[in-house]
Design a protein around this ligand. Sequence first.
Ligand code: B12
Length: 391
Amino acid sequence: MKAKRSQKSTAELPKLPLRLLTAVPICDGHDSAINTLNLEFIRHGIEVIYLGYHRSAADIVRAAIQEDVRAIGISSYNGGHVEFFAEVIDRLKKQGADDIGVFGGGGGTITAADAERMKKKGVDEIFFAGTSLVEVLEFVKKTYGTPAKPRLPSTRAMAPHSERDIARHLTAAESGAAVAPWRGQTTPSAAPIRSRTIGITGPGGAGKTTLIDELALRFLRSNPRARLAILSHDPSLVGHGALLGDRATMIYSQDDRVFMRSLGTRGQAGGLSPATERCLQWLGHAGFELVLIETVGIGQEAMPFGSELVDKTVLVMSPDYGSRLQLQKIVMLNMANIVVVNKSDLAGAKTAAAEIEQRLALNQRGQKLVLTVAKRHRDAGVDQLFALLKP
Ligand code: B12
């Protein structure tokens, strides 16, 4: 992999967007309030990693650390909030991450007396029914608008290659900083190491995230000790933040052996982030056996990956791409090593597979075609894809 030589000194670093993680606790499906708040946050330039509802304190803390967020916003309606918020704070402390703030709300289900108890346990603020979005925004900007220190990787406070340490290096990579070497290691630019890397791309709605989650399950089962990293991209909205929501639909990727990082494209076209390559270098140094990269939903002319970035590329399509003519316009059909027709239980999937097979045959590159139903457990197509991804 080519090394990036144009890293910036700390003085030139761009101001990074504020990153928050939001979630709804376990046994709670009230996500209406948090969905509204998420949109308001991204409208004001914040990157929101949304974990979804029915999430355990352990999932929330693991994700917050991996995503290196400044604070966690929890929306809780089904009771048990005093204990749940306390568990989140306790787990953050145990993992040396108590600089990550915790705040939240829950309509009228959190009483003023509960809120006082929660604040005593370390919650920064609780918002009650009737709070305006402006008020929430003002609190967030005032309380979390400046980074807690230290934000850059510190060899003093963090065990090398701990989740916190890796997360901080990725943040530094996102800022473009010339990151300090890990203890006992050379800098990524001096000695690039790359994990086996698979690039997964395709139009929005084809089922890439579900497919990756199923691949994660197969990876965890087939390698009892190995670690997997996932770099998941979502678009940054022009002039706004980004809703980084891929975690919300993932189950197996919440495993302790999976390190997942959500990246906003931050103005770069093509499906990846300006920092993807630098992040890959650090993941290589951290020793992950496999890295899966998910691009944003791509269009006809996108070619997100070069061979310097990934070992294999997978194009995921759904059967409803339109007419056969459309297939002539999709550049990735020439480039991908493997083409997946996901949702192959839908009507028209057989015709789609036949048309894509013909299109690939014209390329004469030995590209593989796999039919999957990623939402189905133990899908034979996903097994076949997993086998094809092995070295
Ligand atoms: C809408 C609703 C539902 C919808 C949820 C839809 C959805 N996808 O969210 C449906 C109909 C599905 C539903 C189902 C149930 N519900 Co319900 N539901 C409500 C209701 C009426 C409104 C909640 C709401 O979304 N309000 C809109 C938001 C925007 O307003 P808000 O709450 O005031 O939020 C503000 C602040 O609290 C704050 N805030 C909130 N969250 C956060 C997070 C952060 C980070 C920040 C900064 C701020 C913040 O900012 C908001 C903006 O002002 C409440 C009653 C109530 N009035 O609160 C019951 C209520 C929460 N539900 C209740 C119950 C019991 C249930 C069910 C168990 C019913 C059943 N037996 O099936 C199920 C459980 C569902 C589940 N899987 O968890 C009870 C909970 C009782 C309790 N905790 O003791 C309530 C209180 C009703 C009641 N009085 O009995 N429910």
